[in-house]
Write a protein that binds this ligand. Structure first.
Ligand SMILES: Nc1ncnc2c1ncn2[C@@H]1O[C@H](COP(=O)(O)OP(=O)(O)O)[C@@H](O)[C@H]1O
Ligand SMILES: [Mg+2]
Length: 375
């Protein structure tokens, strides 16, 4: 079987870097290489400011759209150089872009929308590779949440099993994909925060980007009353389909809760409580559908050993593994999904996101920005 090479790109809610995966779709799906390209610190600050939606200005937005695209293209070019590949070797790039705002039907004040930036024309121009982008909005146009959509790849790769399989992505936000044994209908949704609050708190308190292996959280003690208070968040009891993001779960949200709590809590105890908040919200979501089965974890949170240990305690009926154990690098799953989506767009094949997003129908997602003929 000949190779069919694609590149997938995403910078997620965490803004920890640009995930870039080289994917061969010639026979099944294999990730041949993966890198996480750094996101420039100034650009990250700008993006976080834009996500805060405070006094937005259009020139900053327009500049960020191009700067994100330039960084995405630099990630691709670094990967090509490392692999000694020419742009012509790649059929297409699938680029998710950077989400600035996600306002799905359940949250919409007026019109539901989702906003990703990272100009695909610029990516195509700077890489010389046809670029497919804007994968979420068609689903929204058909009444879906536009998220989570990566579960479509989880379904493709992890369905064939006699037992119930739950794929858990621990990015900024956590989402689960429930894959019943053959014959059952898969579904999935965002359970709530994964890393976004822990990242925000450690950045605020200690100037660090994330809590390595959850060590800081482990040094603190879970505060049950605070945990109960956080668990009253209305999003958690909403029925699926549902999706969420930084618009809801952010440092302001946390600080509001800490102020309402009434007593001062040691910073490490807050972190311990946030780690348990992620684990408990995932547990509650999972146990609604199954008491036992396989739990396959992916995303950056798969490196947080304290979080995985807590999940294992909360979900003792499940066999825990990471997608890396199943041959798919846990950091590369999302990027690989966008490579796979790009191939579907070029084939004009619809993808059925509807069990995860609630859309009325499968859709041909994304727009194509063709490369120019060689000069
Ligand atoms: N060694 C680690 N220890 C603890 N947490 C980690 C580690 N490596 C990554 N993470 C967490 O994973 C996050 C990135 O995960 P990722 O799947 O890229 O999320 P997103 O899709 O939101 O960008 C980081 O922000 C951090 O919170
Ligand atoms: Mg990331």
């Amino acid at each position: 079987m000949s190779r069919a090479l694609y590149i997938g790109l995403i910078s997620g809610t965490s803004m920890d870097g640009i995930d870039c995966a080289l994917v061969d779709l010639g026979s099944g799906l294999s990730v041949l290489d993966y890198l996480c390209h750094p996101l420039d610190a100034t650009l990250r600050t700008t993006l976080l400011w834009l996500c805060g939606n405070q006094g937005l200005d259009l020139v900053t937005l327009g500049n960020a759209d191009i700067a994100v695209a330039q960084s995405f293209a630099a990630a691709v070019n670094a990967l090509l150089a490392r692999q000694h590949l020419s742009p012509d070797a790649i059929i297409a790039i699938g680029s998710h872009g950077q989400t600035l705002w996600h306002e799905p039907p359940k949250r919409a004040r007026e019109h539901a929308f989702t906003l990703q930036i990272g100009d695909p024309s610029t990516i195509a121009a700077l890489t010389g590779i046809t670029t497919v982008a804007d994968f979420r909005r068609k689903d929204l146009a058909y009444g879906g949440q536009g998220a989570p959509i990566v579960p479509a790849l989880h379904r493709e790769l992890f369905s064939a099993s006699g037992t119930i399989t739950i794929v858990l992505n621990l990015g900024g936000i956590a989402n689960i994909t429930v894959l019943p044994p053959p014959g059952g209908q898969p579904f999935g949704f965002d359970t709530g925060p994964a890393n976004v609050l822990m990242d925000g708190w450690i950045a605020h308190q200690r100037g660090l980007p994330y809590d390595e292996s959850g060590h800081w959280a482990q040094s603190g003690t879970v505060q049950p009353r605070l945990l109960r208070q956080l668990l009253r968040e209305p999003y958690l009891s909403q029925s699926a389909p549902k999706s969420t993001g930084r618009e809801l779960f952010n440092l302001n949200w946390l600080q509001g809760h800490l102020a309402a709590y009434g007593e001062t809590i040691a910073a490490a105890d807050v972190q311990a409580t946030l780690l348990d908040y992620t684990a408990v919200t995932v547990r509650d979501a999972v146990l609604r559908y199954a008491q036992q089965g396989r739990l396959i974890v992916c995303g950056g949170g798969a490196r947080n050993s304290a979080l995985l240990a807590r999940l294992a305690q909360h979900l003792h009926g499940f066999t825990l593994s990471t997608s890396t154990d199943h041959g798919l690098h846990a950091d590369a799953v999302e990027a690989a999904a966008f490579a796979w989506f790009a191939s579907k767009t070029l084939q004009r094949t619809a993808i059925d996101f509807s069990p995860f997003t609630g859309a009325k129908r499968p859709v041909i997602a994304g727009g194509v920005y063709f490369k120019e003929a060689s000069a």
